[in-house]
Design a protein around this ligand. Structure first.
Ligand SMILES: NC(=O)c1ccc[n+]([C@@H]2O[C@H](COP(=O)([O-])OP(=O)(O)OC[C@H]3O[C@@H](n4cnc5c(N)ncnc54)[C@H](OP(=O)(O)O)[C@@H]3O)[C@@H](O)[C@H]2O)c1
Length: 514
């Protein structure tokens, strides 16, 4: 919802930050969870809903409806949710909180193409309105394989569930991936757009719910220190990394044919790039933030030679965590001739006055050295005029590293004199760690995002324009890779294929070892 603006008022970005310190509590509502038997629901969504209830952020009149192809009664669903909460919730289990939450739980068995099941769903949410005072406010969370999104959205329309009423809202939550290329993203959006107005569509990129990702804006715009050097005059290049140490695991069916770039770069890494590259928004409203991110994404330029500016790989057998592991092509459910990449690296430019000439290197991969996500701004070197070569030979470039996971925080790396009679400079780190500096635990990204959906607060959800801009960046690279043949193999537990190291070496740079 757009905020009213007083005539002549000067926008004040801090105003929204202050507002956000007040407790934000969801109003009466029902969350309908499709795909409730899936991995995401069990590990993340059901525990996050309980944690929200435990923190007092859900209203007493809250309803949770599970929909799946199981012959379950309401109590069976509550039992499954109970187990998921006991296993994965972050806050302690409290019987009184659980009792209140479970009293609002309902289950509707059925197939997605079954009209009767959706009519039953409509009856169920209306009964909750009557029994629990949920007010006709419904959020539909599609935690399903993406090919099923159109079926559900069409059913929601047919059954009248999508139609908002006076004083009652209807929202739909779509899990990534939003399509697998520009065309499919547009097709999906056409289906959703036909049923829900844009302000009722919440596209989840759970990275945006992470505390450190939001801290990128605080770091840049609430401090004097960083913004003056956040540009091409001081920054040599930017590295954005999301590394996983695990393989494809049980996600073979989803992952093969999609690959690392579509799974991670199109959404998480390009969103991080947008937050690093964008200009200061006029306020922290959704429209203002999204407008700046879209400008940054529109300014992204692909290098002319995609062969030398990209790299991709597929993990081979090796050792990880002291265990021997199989290669991607030997994983269960993966065809032995698959050309899907499990590692992708790309070099991009951002053609703005702030960033012209500064390369942004993005990389992601499975079975790499360790699990880490970070954004590193690597600064230009000084002339080091007064130091002898030997005094600074161990000094690297200054860098500012925003650690997104697992150890959330910020590291500043710079040169310092080694104690002793000689003048020798070596790199040291100054660390800020969320865990040490704050007593408040960071909420799980899904907690924050589910609460935002129920409140109707959209800044952390990408809109369709951002999704399309990201596919416009990635599609030419994917097309190039199809022609380029098989990805290069890399050893499990190593930091990616040789071509990825060559990509930076050609520019006289190297990847950071996080
Ligand atoms: N898992 C993650 O960590 C993660 C992270 C980011 C995004 N996502 C996204 O979240 C969504 C769900 O992921 P997931 O990992 O939970 O998937 P999943 O474990 O494969 O679960 C999929 C769910 O969809 C249901 N389903 C599948 N085919 C169906 C059909 N024909 N009719 C009705 N229901 C059907 C399954 O129910 P049945 O039990 O009846 O088969 C199950 O509840 C996907 O869009 C995924 O890309 C997942």
């Amino acid at each position: 919802m757009k905020e009213p603006v007083m005539p002549g008022a000067v926008p004040n970005p801090l105003r929204d930050v202050l507002d956000r310190r007040l407790p934000r509590i969801a109003g009466p509502s029902v969350l309908v969870l499709f795909g409730v038997t899936g991995d995401l629901a069990r590990k993340k969504l059901l525990p996050a809903i309980y944690d929200l209830a435990n923190r007092g952020l859900l209203p007493p009149g809250f309803g949770l409806v599970g929909f799946a192809r199981r012959d379950w009664a309401h109590q069976d669903f509550a039992q499954v949710a109970h187990e998921a909460v006991r296993e994965h919730a972050r806050t302690p289990f409290r019987e009184d909180v659980w009792r209140q939450l479970s009293e609002g739980m309902r289950f509707v068995p059925g197939e997605l193409h079954d009209d009767d099941a959706f009519d039953k769903l409509a009856d169920t949410v209306r009964e909750l309105d009557a029994d629990r005072g949920t007010g006709g406010n419904y959020a539909f969370y599609l935690s399903l394989p993406p090919k099923l999104f159109p079926t559900v959205v069409t059913q929601l329309k047919r059954s009248g569930l999508a139609e908002s009423e006076e004083h009652a809202w209807r929202r739909v939550v779509i899990e990534k991936p939003f399509g697998h290329d520009l065309k499919s993203a547009q097709d999906l959006n056409a289906v959703v757009d036909d049923v829900f107005p844009p302000q009722s569509v919440f596209r989840i990129d759970h990275y945006l719910g992470k505390e450190t990702v939001q801290n990128l804006m605080a770091l840049r715009f609430a401090n004097t220190l960083f913004e003056p050097i956040w540009n091409r005059s001081y920054i040599d290049h930017v590295q954005i990394t999301m590394a996983e140490d695990i393989g494809v695991g049980g996600r073979a069916g989803y992952y093969d044919g999609i690959g690392a770039a579509r799974d991670v770069i199109q959404n998480h890494l390009l969103q991080l790039l947008a937050l690093v590259a964008m200009e200061e928004p006029l306020s922290f409203t959704a429209d203002a933030i999204r407008a700046e991110k879209e400008k940054a994404l529109s300014a992204v330029e692909l290098p002319e030679d995609l062969e030398t500016a990209t790299a991709r790989g597929q993990y081979a057998a090796g050792w990880q965590g002291g265990a021997s592991v199989v290669g991607y092509l030997e994983e269960e459910g993966i065809p032995s001739d698959s050309t899907t990449e499990t590692y992708a690296a790309i070099k991009l430019g951002v053609n703005t006055r702030r960033w012209a000439g500064v390369p942004f290197y993005l990389r992601t991969g499975k079975r790499l050295g360790r699990r880490v996500t970070e954004v590193a701004l690597v600064f230009q070197r000084t002339a080091n005029r007064v130091f002898s070569h030997t005094a600074t030979e161990e000094q690297g470039a200054n860098s500012l590293v925003i650690r997104v996971q697992p150890d959330e925080g910020v590291t500043l790396r710079f040169g310092s004199k080694v104690p002793g009679a000689a003048m020798e400079v070596r790199d040291v780190s100054m660390d800020f760690s969320y865990g040490e500096s704050f007593t408040e635990a960071s909420p799980e990204a899904y907690e924050r995002l589910i609460l935002d959906v129920l409140i109707g607060d959209p800044p952390l959800f990408p809109r369709q324009e951002e999704v399309e801009l990201s596919w416009r960046i990635l599609d030419p690279i994917e097309e190039h890779w199809v022609k380029a043949g098989r990805p290069e193999q890399y050893e499990s537990g190593a930091w990616g294929p040789k071509s990825a190291h060559e990509l930076l070496a050609r520019d006289g740079r190297q990847w950071r070892r996080p």
